[in-house]
Write a protein that binds this ligand. Structure first.
Ligand SMILES: C[S@@+](CC[C@H](N)C(=O)[O-])C[C@H]1O[C@@H](n2cnc3c(N)ncnc32)[C@H](O)[C@@H]1O
Length: 380
């Protein structure tokens, strides 16, 4: 794949741009094997390839410039806006939205925030799209000044963008390097974006994490589900569950009692809504810190533990707890094989039985890797 932004050094985040795709995938597979366990004792499944372009279901668009002439992309350290609205990684629904968003900024006079002068209002626009072309747009603004103007434009936006379901404003008042704040105001009647997967439709509320590449998310949940089906557990925990992808797939394919745990209350609300929609009664969700949840349970261990933490991994407290538990099967899915390798070292009684690289982020060196960790012996 070629990218004019990359070639012009305007955006270098796709560090593997220009490298043939088969080579990218092989490099990721080799990286994971080298970090986790290269020998033949592990069933290394063939890596899951992705579409090379147009796979991103979300865009974090930084707005800069002026309302008359905005840039939709990123800002440099000195606050200069770089327009990346033609990024080839975006799902076509996102690409088609870009001129509409640009028009909106101008027609509604949504003055971009200027980092250097700390003036202006509109900071970022966050877009998520489903595979059926429905979308959620969130305007990250500095104060409520633009609220009325944005609300007034919703009918126009919905006319211009077919399938636009959810519009919100998110308040990020402080001059901090964050993408979004905690306060969200939903401006549409519909509050969740339905994300269609092969086996179920997840409800996505604002402020809930969703995997970047929907086709690869499907393959990831299917892989976890397959391993869970093999074990036939009576109970499964899905820690760092987000909107419940792993847990809900487990509940669909087994009779296990499933528990999802996640810090974001919005994500938990999304999971509950999906379970209700599907009539699944064998899953319950807790909005809580994953480690605190685990440590607060006594000897009531699940048969299968799924963990899918952020890049930092699950950390020493939780690995120690797992190592000292009676859990026999851990499915650990990670977007950072380095922190996964470190966490695995802290759980020496588990053997890596199977693993698979899934290419969630083509054109970069990043990837998802899902692992099946098991032990035969009772813990000390
Ligand atoms: C990589 S995402 C995975 C989400 C989900 N498994 C999925 O497939 O979409 C990691 C999730 O962990 C959540 N998280 C971060 N820190 C946490 C913590 N200390 N306890 C519980 N969840 C946490 C984040 O909100 C995010 O939803």
């Amino acid at each position: 794949m070629q990218c004019s932004y990359f070639d012009a050094h305007l955006c270098r985040s796709c560090s593997a741009m220009g490298v043939p795709y088969a080579q990218q995938l092989q490099a990721k597979d080799e990286d994971a094997r080298a970090l986790l366990q290269p020998d033949d004792s592990v069933n290394w499944l063939a890596p899951q390839s992705s579409e090379e372009s147009k796979f991103r279901n979300k865009a974090k668009i930084v707005i800069a410039g002026s309302a008359q002439n905005p840039t939709l992309g990123i800002v440099t350290r000195d606050g200069q806006g770089i327009d990346l609205s033609g990024c080839g990684l975006y799902d076509p629904t996102i690409s088609a939205m870009m001129p509409v968003l640009r028009d909106l900024i101008t027609r509604a006079k949504l003055t971009p925030y200027n980092i250097a002068t700390r003036k202006g209002e509109l900071k970022n626009i966050l877009v998520t799209v489903s595979s059926s072309g429905e979308s959620m747009i969130r305007f990250v603004i500095r104060s409520k000044k633009l609220l009325v103007a944005i609300r007034a434009e919703i009918p126009w936006l919905q006319q211009e963008i077919t399938g636009l379901k959810v519009v919100t404003v998110n308040l990020l008042r402080d001059p901090v390097a964050l993408v979004e704040g905690t306060e969200e105001i939903i401006l549409t009647e519909q509050q969740t974006l339905p994300m269609q997967l092969d086996q179920l439709t997840l409800h996505l509320r604002p402020q809930s994490f969703f995997q970047t590449n929907t086709a690869i998310a499907n393959a990831l949940y299917r892989q976890g589900q397959e391993w869970i089906e093999e074990v036939q557990p009576a109970s499964v925990w899905d820690l760092y569950c987000g909107v419940g992808g792993f847990g809900l797939h487990a509940a669909l394919a087994s009779t296990a009692q499933v528990t999802g745990v996640e810090l974001s209350a919005e994500a938990i609300e999304s999971g509950r809504r999906t379970a209700q929609d599907l009539g699944i009664r064998t899953i319950n969700f807790h909005a809580e810190d994953a480690t605190a949840f685990a440590l607060s349970t006594r000897d009531d261990y699940p048969d299968v533990l799924v963990v899918n933490p952020p890049r930092r991994g699950i950390g020493k407290e939780l690995t120690d707890w797992i190592e000292n538990s009676s859990i026999k099967t851990v499915i650990y899915s990670s977007c950072n094989a380095r922190s996964l390798a470190r966490d695995m070292e802290r759980m020496p009684s588990y053997c890596l039985r199977a693993a698979r690289v899934l290419d969630m982020f083509p054109q970069t060196s990043h990837y998802e890797v899902i692992t099946l960790l098991q032990r035969d012996v009772e813990p000390r």
